[in-house]
Design a protein around this ligand. Structure first.
Ligand code: SAH
Length: 334
């Protein structure tokens, strides 16, 4: 609940309005683990809350820490037993957390481990927040950036995603800047239009991975529903309405999408609205056959884009030694 919703709830509960503010701060600023910790509230009130509401807490099932760069990958379990992955990364500019938006995924991208067993269920806004809160408690360090790039398709869980963003950026909570939030999508066109209207300053990342419909359809089923032309129109609208440049994510797979022609087609798409292209050497997933492009091919691809004045980076790989890619740690546990 937002603070105003919580205030209305407390009133209906015959409680004073300031209780809502106290409660909200315990949950979203002090990151309490339950009502019993809210010691400036009466015992009666805490008991009443405990009897009436479910307090969402993530149980830590597993943690892996990268020896290479300190990246930590958490496997969390929620009340009904579903498990999701979240990742903590330390950068010069601050700590970044990558959260999941669904348990599983129904988008079916060929190279991704999160989708192998389909979708179990959507996460609630509380469960998305709790991934950030739990990691803050566990590391005892402030989180400054949040990327919704873990398991699931965030725009397939739209209303919960929006509520999550509003609570995460609220001044009575962790107050994370909207500009420090990135939402990654495989390209749900109607939801991109909807998001453009929300007046948010978040970064939108589009998982493109191929620059022609024919190629994209081979690796991403969503490409059968929306053409690249439709996608680019939606991205153009997002850029126009928000002024925020879109990032294209492009996983390089050997022999699939890494030729000179692929780069040329990608340039045509990225140019019109000054997109940033983030190249990701594909992470091999055991159940899949994709192989990453070799270093020379990746460099050549990047150089081609740079020569054409496209802003391009190769994703710095963190935590490769700890089941880094989407959904792999969870699968191992299941
Ligand atoms: N569903 C959203 C967000 C989740 S995945 C989306 O599709 O954008 C975050 C990014 O990792 C996406 O760009 C996704 O395509 C990419 N990804 C998934 N599996 C990968 C793998 N094995 N190697 C490299 N990138 C991968």
């Amino acid at each position: 609940m937002t603070l105003s919703e919580l205030t209305a709830e407390m009133e209906a509960f015959s409680e004073k309005a300031f209780r809502a503010k106290q409660c909200y701060e315990w949950m979203h600023k002090r990151l309490a683990c339950g009502f019993s910790e809210m010691t400036n509230l009466s015992k009666d009130f805490r008991e009443k809350c405990g009897n009436n509401y479910e307090y969402v807490i993530a149980e830590t099932v597993d943690v892996q820490e990268s020896k290479a760069d300190g990246t930590k990958k958490y496997l969390f379990r929620f009340l009904d037993g579903i498990m999701v992955e979240s990742v903590w990364m330390r950068y010069k500019h601050g700590n970044s957390v990558c959260i999941s938006s669904q348990a599983g995924c129904r988008m079916g991208c060929q190279f991704c481990a999160s989708t192998l067993d389909g979708l179990t269920r959507n996460l609630t806004p509380s469960e998305m927040l709790e991934q950030v809160y739990a990691i803050t408690r566990l590391t005892n360090e402030r989180v400054s950036n949040v990327v919704v790039m873990g398991m699931g398709e965030p725009l397939d869980n739209y209303d919960s995603l929006l509520r999550f963003i509003r609570l995460l950026t609220n001044e009575n909570g962790l107050h994370i800047s909207q500009r420090n939030i990135t939402v990654s999508t495989c390209g749900l066109v109607p939801e991109i239009y909807r998001l453009a209207e929300e007046k948010l300053q978040i970064t939108l990342a589009l998982s493109l991975h191929a620059a022609t419909d024919e190629k994209r359809r081979r690796i991403m089923p969503i490409a059968n529903r929306y053409s690249i032309k439709e996608l680019m129109e939606a991205c153009g609208c997002y850029f126009e309405k928000t002024g925020r440049r879109i990032t294209f994510e492009y996983s390089l797979m050997d022999g699939v999408n890494d030729t000179k022609e692929d780069a040329e087609q990608l340039i045509l798409l990225a140019k019109p609205f000054g997109c940033h292209v983030n190249l990701i050497p594909v992470n091999p997933v055991r159940e899949r056959h994709f192989v990453r492009s070799d270093v020379e091919k990746i460099e050549a691809f990047k150089n081609k884009l740079e020569k054409n004045k496209i802003n391009v980076t190769i994703r710095r790989e963190m935590g490769r030694d700890i089941d880094g890619a989407c959904g792999q740690l969870r699968r191992r546990h299941i």
